[in-house]
Ligand binder design. Structure first.
Ligand SMILES: [Zn+2]
Length: 479
């Protein structure tokens, strides 16, 4: 094949990165990348295990003279988020990614780059291929369906691993070592509603222009939640007139802070309702942070609809949106600036005779996730609703002592002359799942520098890869 990246170190890493970029690997479609990994291992006579989920484990013995050292595990996921720009023709099930070098950045034309988590796959392949001169026995675990619920990591047989030091390569900043993450759970709260023939004037109320962001990493930034603002606007309106909900739709993902929400309403008088809504919107605009400066509320008169919710159903749905606790609940007492417990009302949907609210709750403590589910259960009983909790994943607790972390920080200082930042994140990683299976595993999560993950703007800083590689090589010498 023709290689796009020329004259960059380490050559082996970039060669493998380009090869795997030619293999389609959306979540749930990891069979071809698993085939590639199996062939790779077979050609080199390496131990290889593949399970029904297409997780692949490849082991490489220690280099000469290093046999007495403890083995080390590298881990990352083979699947990628598939997003493309409007108008771009790309079939993620068939087409290779079209890589291109944009100055010091590597990108894919019009699509996600899959550096999340292709960097891990390329790194492990380069190590397994023999690009590192001296290392202990290496185990490389390639997991699947990470982006859709850490499914591969949940289903792997961990008795196959002997290493008790693990490097997860699924972070996004070169100078940062992540050493802990939150667990989480999703909840659907379904509220049954009754409808009747529509009367009065119909209006469309839309909230938009908000900044949004990741519901773990950005939940403490003070950004407004469009679904919650809709709850507030409607709760302001109801005492002023007999407004009825026809439908409400907001947000697209449980783990994203919603930027937009639209409600269809029937009201006795359009002027009264829109005046009340616009007055409250002006008050909200005054409260919001600079990041949400794009905030806007639009009220438009619409054609009549067939049915609207009863007054009682409208009150229950509006009460749910307005009153459900949302955002940051607790900050970590030991680690400055780290969120300990949060919830995001990510999605609201009207589906037939129900309104469904979808939440992502996060915490570093399992007991708080339990508490969150019970709180939502209790809330749903008030609403005559039902809850379904799913996609639970465990957190990874910060270890006060870590030989691996110390060694990585030392290696990074030797290579760069700078101190790495040790942090804990309020988002989920496969490390939590693996830690729950092997509690004595010493884990770090690292990466070269990536930007705009999960979007067609995704890029990899080429120069950061060389520093990252040199740090790994040094780590393998001194650990
Ligand atoms: Zn990832």
């Amino acid at each position: 094949m023709e290689y796009v990246i020329q004259g960059r170190n380490p050559a082996s890493f970039f060669r493998f990165f380009e090869e795997i970029s030619a293999i389609p690997r959306p979540s749930y479609h990891e069979e071809r990348i698993a085939d590639y990994l199996e062939t790779f291992a077979k050609e080199r006579g390496l131990y290889c295990y593949r399970d029904a989920l297409h997780n692949v484990l490849i082991k490489k013995p220690a280099t000469k003279g290093q046999e007495d050292r403890a083995p080390i595990l590298f881990q990352g996921h083979t699947d990628m988020v598939c997003e493309k720009n409007h108008g771009v023709e790309h079939d993620f099930l068939k087409d290779p990614l079209k890589l291109w070098v944009d100055g010091d950045l590597l990108r894919a034309k019009g699509t996600t780059l899959g550096a999340d988590d292709g960097i891990a796959v390329a790194l492990m392949l380069a190590i397994l291929d023999g690009a590192v001169e001296s290392h202990p026995a290496v185990e490389c675990l390639f997991t699947t369906a990470e982006e859709v619920g850490l499914n591969g990591a949940h289903g792997f047989d961990y008795s196959l691993l002997s290493a008790r030091s693990m490097v997860n390569v699924d972070s996004e900043h070169l100078g940062t070592v992540t050493c802990g993450c939150a667990g989480g759970i999703r909840t659907d709260l379904t509220i049954p509603v009754r409808t009747e023939a529509c009367t009065g004037t119909c209006l469309r109320l839309s909230v938009g222009g908000l900044m949004g962001g990741h519901s773990g990493e950005n939940i403490h930034c003070g950004r407004a939640n469009a679904n919650k603002l809709m709850g507030r606007l409607l709760a302001t309106l109801l005492p002023k007139c007999d407004a009825r909900l026809i439908s409400v739709e907001g947000g697209s993902k449980d783990n994203a802070i919603p930027r937009e929400c639209v409600a269809m309403l029937a009201v006795p008088c359009f002027e009264t309702a829109s005046a009340a809504l616009e007055a409250e919107a002006a008050l909200i605009a005054h409260e919001l942070s600079d990041e949400d400066h794009g905030f806007r509320v639009a009220v438009e008169e619409m054609d009549g609809e067939a049915v609207m919710m009863t007054a009682e159903s409208t009150a229950r749905v509006v009460g749910a949106l307005a009153a459900v606790p949302n955002g940051v609940f607790k900050m970590n007492r030991k680690i400055d600036g780290l969120v300990e417990y949060s919830r995001n009302l990510g999605v609201v949907r009207t589906e037939g005779e129900t309104v469904v609210l979808t939440f992502a709750s996060r915490s570093g403590l399992e007991s708080r996730l339990d508490a969150s589910t019970r709180e939502l259960d209790a809330f749903s009983r008030i609403l005559n609703g039902e809850t379904r909790h799913y996609n639970r994943y465990p957190g990874w607790e910060f270890a006060p002592r870590s030989v691996l972390r110390d060694a990585y920080v030392k290696a990074y200082r030797e290579i760069t002359g700078e101190d790495a930042i040790v942090n804990v994140i309020h988002a989920g990683l496969e490390c939590g799942v693996i830690y729950s299976h092997i509690p004595d595993m010493d884990i770090i999560s690292i990466a070269p520098t990536l930007h705009d993950l999960h979007s067609p703007d995704e890029s990899l800083e080429l120069a950061s890869v060389e520093v990252f590689w040199n740090t790994i090589v040094r780590l393998l010498e001194i650990l």
